[in-house]
Design a protein around this ligand. Structure first.
Ligand code: SF4
Ligand code: SF4
Ligand code: SF4
Length: 168
């Protein structure tokens, strides 16, 4: 039994289990060998913010076909995490695709870091620790993150002592 809460992203969970199946597939039958790889590519797109609404339907159709046609139990059960999360948490898939939002903050590519100008003390600690040189500002004035340069490493969030960095 695996217990999850609102801090888990259901799309990432489905992807995690599918990665395992893709690695374990013996390759004897096409639905499992090829179909699971195609499903994984779709999940990659969705978690990286490149998904389209039609990907969700494609994913569901593919999962059903693989479940019905794979030769052995591994392939027949491999789509279960996708089908189960689609059935119970479809809105999370839609949010990833339509709004580019991962409500659990697990999909790195969908995170946006920003600095609250009211809380920022201008200490410059975040800028000095940013590996991408994505933060600029003058000491004792609010600093600013350049989203084009940010690689979403989370370093600034862990360094700011004033709770001035937000991630959504
Ligand atoms: S479903 Fe079974 S037989 Fe077919 S590729 Fe997967 S592991 Fe091999
Ligand atoms: S570490 Fe925090 S307070 Fe200091 S400049 Fe960065 S955001 Fe502002
Ligand atoms: S998340 Fe990382 S790359 Fe982005 S601004 Fe913060 S320290 Fe820089």
């Amino acid at each position: 039994m695996i217990v999850m809460d609102e801090d888990d992203c259901m799309v990432s969970v489905a992807k995690f289990f599918l990665e395992f199946t893709v690695g374990e597939s013996c390759g004897k039958c096409t639905p499992c060998r090829i179909g699971n790889k195609r499903m994984l590519e779709i999940l990659d797109r969705i978690t990286e913010g490149r998904g389209k609404m039609e990907d969700i339907d494609k994913l569901e159709n593919l999962a059903k076909v693989i479940k019905d046609t794979a030769l052995c139990g591994l392939g027949q059960t491999s789509p279960n995490p996708v089908l189960s999360t689609l059935s119970n948490f479809r809105e999370e898939y839609v949010e990833h695709v339509k709004d580019h939002v991962c409500r659990a903050h697990k999909c790195k590519a969908l995170l946006t870091y920003s600095i609250d100008p009211v809380l920022c003390k201008g200490c410059s600690l975040c800028a000095r620790n940013c590996p991408a040189e994505a933060i600029a500002g003058e000491v004792r004035k609010p600093f600013v993150i350049n989203p084009e340069k940010c690689i979403r490493c989370g370093m600034c969030l862990s360094r700011c002592k004033f709770g001035a960095i937000h991630v959504i």
